[in-house]
Write a protein that binds this ligand. Structure first.
Ligand SMILES: [Zn+2]
Length: 242
């Protein structure tokens, strides 16, 4: 397999975030019964999400399943708006659900964490901490759960970046949607970034779990697609780190 299957669309979501412009990669899995969206892009930029969905022949109303890989602002950003427009069912892990639902302050917005940031980034996050995006999680998912879309999507519990971080594995196509469990930087697949990972030891155990899947392609929220041949590189990261 030399390319991603046609049903798997990696969005190029570009916009302002913490005082700079960044690109992130929500994943859209097209399915005639309703699409699955993984993560929702940078907060306050629902218009960008709508435009990107339209580029792939989708729209909020045709998104039936929304998987939030974890609670971070750049992933849940437009979930409230999307769910209001689509009525999509929201899937997340129980360890991150209370944060996504607004019952607890998002972990990365904790005051002691913000205190370590440069002033501009701190001001950005402090502003969002006053009115974080919140959405009701309709389904709590666990490791090994299967979502009946795109030929079968397996939930892989990959804590570390946050306590409830999830990845998704499209078994039929050997495509791993890794969220922030891995990143692609300068064209290279890399391990989790320590500065944004809450528990590195846990995160590296999650990398080993992902390596065991032997995916052909890995899609990272930060950096996009890596592959074909991702399994070998992933194995390397799992054994030596970084
Ligand atoms: Zn992220």
């Amino acid at each position: 397999m030399s390319a991603l299957p046609d049903a798997v669309r990696v969005l190029e979501f570009e916009g302002p975030f913490r005082g700079t412009r960044v690109t992130v990669h929500p994943v859209l899995i097209l399915d005639p019964q309703g699409h699955l969206l993984v993560d929702t892009g940078l907060p306050g930029q629902g218009e960008t999400l709508r435009r990107l969905l339209a580029q792939h022949g989708a729209q909020p109303a045709t998104v039936r399943w929304l998987v939030l890989t974890h609670q971070d602002l750049d992933h849940i950003g437009n979930a409230p708006e999307l769910v209001a427009e689509s009525g999509a069912e929201v899937y997340a892990h129980r360890a991150d659900a209370p944060f996504i639902q607004g019952q607890r302050l998002l972990l990365k917005l904790a005051p002691e964490r913000l205190a370590t940031l440069a002033p501009e980034a701190r001001a950005f996050f402090e502003e969002w901490a006053k009115h974080p995006p919140q959405v009701r999680v309709s389904h709590l998912v666990e490791d090994g759960d299967k979502l009946p879309v795109g030929g079968g999507v397996r939930v892989v519990y990959t804590p570390g970046h946050t306590p409830g971080h999830l990845s998704l594995y499209l078994e039929a196509h050997r495509v791993l949607v890794a969220g922030d469990a891995l990143v692609v930087a300068d064209g290279q697949l890399r391990g989790p970034r320590p500065e944004v990972t809450l528990d590195m030891a846990e995160a590296m155990r999650s990398v080993a779990k992902l390596a065991a899947l032997e995916p052909e392609f890995v899609v990272c929220y930060h950096g996009g697609v890596y592959g074909p041949g991702a399994a070998r590189r992933l194995q390397e990261i799992a054994s030596v780190g970084a």
